[in-house]
Ligand binder design. Structure first.
Ligand code: AKG
Ligand code: FE2
Length: 289
């Protein structure tokens, strides 16, 4: 089994339809979905209704994410399913919208932006939260005309990339005062930038550091990673979902040609805790690799 193949799981059409039916029956809006209780209730219904199919889904998604840092779930129904995104999120852990505001969403649409935005460059998500989310999930609602994959770059690759010793010494283990989002009350949180097992990287924040060594190191680090080829480019068709480990991977929007700006993703951010306590051998019935 090649790496490319083994990162894609295929969920059965029956499973997607069952997930959607429960989602529609529950009529949970996005504001309710923020509430852990609503997520727990949904998860329970999906688990009860789908039985072994649900536990296989949880096992397969989780084990692939842990082993490979990302997984693509391909839905054979060929149309986007917010219900499936929510289900995959609750299968992994807790969907989180810390803003809890009228403008914020647990399932957030990510349109093709006309201006430059930081997600066109390597970054990790939610560096403005006190603690960044563990896993980000993106469903493709509409694909770009050409290209528009989400590129992924692992911490392992970055560590082997020949970043010079002085830069690494500054970045590894340096505690940085990360600016927190104004909507979360602003202020700062002290956290490291790179450890052997975790990366928190948003170049704009680091390039504004008071400490000149951090600014210089971040600039050099950014120059090195900008030269690297992605470990994986996740090209998604409508209905496909990419889940990746946001603490061990950088990501960015890949190159695209999309004159009508049709590319549209639906994103959710997830913390591991609250995952079902379902373990065991991954079996491949509802989901096959
Ligand atoms: O557009 C993409 O592929 C990536 C989007 C992204 O980085 C984000 O929504 O945080
Ligand atoms: Fe992102």
């Amino acid at each position: 089994m090649t790496r490319g193949q083994s990162t894609t799981l295929v969920i059965s059409a029956e499973a997607v339809e069952a997930i959607e039916k429960i989602w529609t029956d529950q009529r949970i809006d996005d504001a309710q979905l923020r509430e852990p209780k609503a997520q727990d209730a949904l998860r329970q219904r999906w688990a009860n209704h789908l039985g072994i199919t649900w536990s296989e889904l949880v096992d397969n998604v989780h084990s692939t994410l842990c082993a490979q840092l990302w997984v693509i779930v391909h839905s054979p129904i060929g149309r986007p399913s917010p219900a499936l995104l929510a289900a995959l999120g609750t299968a992994v852990g807790r969907l989180t919208d810390p803003y809890r505001a009228s403008w914020s969403r647990v399932l957030q649409e990510i349109p093709h932006k006309s201006k430059w935005t930081p997600d066109l460059e390597w970054h990790t998500d939610s560096t403005g939260w006190p603690q960044p989310n563990d896993v980000t999930a993106l469903t493709c609602l509409k694909a770009a005309a050409i290209g528009g994959a989400t590129d992924l770059l692992t911490l392992n690759t970055v560590q082997r990339a020949g970043v010079d010793e002085a830069t690494l010494t500054t970045l590894v283990g340096t505690v940085f005062a990360w600016p927190l989002d104004a909507e979360l009350g602003g202020g700062h949180t002290s956290d490291v930038i790179v450890t052997p097992g975790r990366i928190r990287f948003m170049r704009a924040a680091l390039l504004n550091a008071r400490d000149g060594r951090i600014r210089d190191s971040a600039r050099q680090f950014a120059d090195v990673i900008d030269q690297l080829a992605p470990d994986y480019s996740a090209a998604l068709d409508p209905g496909d979902t990419l889940l990746f480990n946001n603490t061990r991977c950088l990501h960015r929007r890949g190159e695209l040609f999309d004159p009508d700006r049709q590319r549209l993703l639906l994103r959710t951010k997830i913390f591991w805790h609250a995952r079902d306590g379902l373990h065991g051998q991954a079996r491949h019935r509802a989901i096959t690799s």
